[in-house]
Design a protein around this ligand. Structure first.
Ligand SMILES: Cc1ncc(COP(=O)(O)O)c(C=O)c1O
Length: 425
């Protein structure tokens, strides 16, 4: 028997499957489970017919470049389209700054590889997106968490954390934030705070990595274009590396996203991407480009905003009906997620087998915390993919799960807050 562990690099040995992907294994084991776990877009919103038309036209065999290798930076007309999309978000950019990536996940990976050495510090929100945790962990960076308030990252805590690390002579490279409808909390960073964050990064001389996949999905009852203005839009110094994606607006299966970064960094990301995959799929880029050119994306956006807002409302109503005031959440003004705090005695990770028994699954909150503790009695629920009926049924199942867990804890005389368990970051 070969000991493959012995062959792993130090970075390889530290790699871990993300908690959300792990849920996929749980799902595969059981039929008829209602999943609130992954942040998948609603398949019923995909513009199937338009995609069919576009793909048929592209695949007539008259234009070889559709299936050919192409420039690493991306398909030029798509880059030009992205410039227009960026302008609509208040961002002036240019070709030298842009790179099409295989999902924003690749953007995270490229930034991590190009900017971080083992032991370097990345400041992240508490909680933060697990895919970013994976990318930073893979290059052996150290993540240090900064608390959030109802309007996003806590600037006072941010500076305290920075000061402590600087005193210890740590190399602090990057602040990673998801300002719009954050994954997992759904929170929005306040507008004034965004500007203060830029000033702060300038004073402390570090770069901001702004990850913005949910920006278009604001719910018009409570948020507007103005609320989702990217931090990058007010960046005059070149401090912000900006990521965005077509995953949540067109379809994630195309894996088409982009990085906008200062020219010298964009050139490095391009070199790193050459080693990873040479370029993002040519056909995917062409389909996405055509969908933009023909107005499909523009037509999708208002539909998506209404659709996800409706699903959010269905989930909130169903949870209120099932669990009353035993649960709470910040009401998301956009995006895919409800960040639900359960009664303090509950350990959401330990409750998973009971939830699966009742036919429902979620992501336990602690997966999103990098500092070892937190989120024990919190679950992230995605309302994006399941149908409204399944959201209602899933909420009922979740309520049964929580009630059952509380009964079991009472029977064992444990109704105090669950002790925070150390989690790996
Ligand atoms: C905050 C955040 N960043 C990045 C991604 C990755 O998106 P993509 O499909 O473009 O790789 C996601 C996907 O869920 C996300 O929530």
């Amino acid at each position: 028997m070969i000991d493959y562990e012995g062959f792993l690099s130090r970075a390889g040995a530290r790699m871990q499957e993300s908690a959300i992907r792990r849920m996929g294994t749980v799902l595969a084991q059981k039929q008829d489970i209602i999943s609130f776990a992954p942040g998948y877009p609603a398949p019923e919103t995909f513009p199937w017919y338009e995609f069919q038309e576009i793909a048929r036209e592209l695949l007539t065999g008259t234009d070889g470049s559709v299936l050919q290798y192409g420039p690493t930076r991306g398909f030029r007309p798509l880059l030009e389209t992205i410039e227009i999309i960026m302008a609509s978000r208040g961002i002036a950019t240019s070709h030298e700054r842009l790179l099409i990536t295989t999902g924003s996940q690749q953007g995270l990976d490229l930034v991590a590889r190009v900017l971080l050495d083992p032991g370097d510090v990345v400041l992240v929100e508490l909680p933060t997106y697990t895919g970013a945790i994976t990318a930073f962990r893979n290059v052996q960076a150290e993540m240090v968490g900064v608390q959030q308030e109802s309007d996003g990252i806590d600037l006072t805590h941010l500076d305290e954390v920075w000061t402590r690390l600087a005193r210890d002579n740590r190399r602090i490279r990057l602040l990673y934030v998801v300002p719009n409808f954050q994954n997992p909390t759904g929170l929005l960073i306040g507008l004034e705070k965004r500007r203060l964050l830029l000033d702060w990064a300038s004073r402390r001389n570090l770069l901001i990595l702004e990850d913005d996949p949910y920006r278009e999905l604001f719910f018009e009852d409570s948020a507007t274009e103005a609320d989702v203005r990217p931090i990058r839009a007010d960046d005059r110094e070149g401090r912000v590396i900006y990521l965005s994606s077509f995953s949540k607006t067109l379809a994630p299966g195309y894996r088409v996203a982009w990085i906008d970064a200062p020219g010298p960094l964009a050139a490095k990301f391009e070199m790193a991407k050459q080693a990873e995959d040479l370029l993002t799929g040519s056909l995917d880029q062409r389909i996405v480009y055509e969908a933009c050119r023909r107005g499909v994306l523009q037509r999708q956006l208002p539909l998506l905003r209404r659709h996800y807002r409706y699903k959010r409302d269905v989930m909130i109503e169903a949870l209120r009906r099932g669990l009353g005031d035993d649960v709470s959440w910040p009401e998301p003004r956009g995006g895919f997620f409800l960040w639900v705090t359960l009664p303090p005695a509950i350990d959401a990770d330990r409750m998973i087998p009971r939830a699966v028994g009742h036919g429902v699954i979620y992501v336990a909150g602690e997966a999103f915390f990098v500092n070892g503790t937190g989120g024990t009695n919190i679950v992230r629920l995605s309302f994006s993919a399941p149908s409204p009926d399944r959201i209602r049924a899933g909420a009922t199942r979740l309520a049964l799960t929580v009630r059952g867990e509380l009964d079991a804890l009472r029977a064992r005389g444990k109704t105090a807050a669950a002790p925070a368990r150390p989690v790996q970051s």
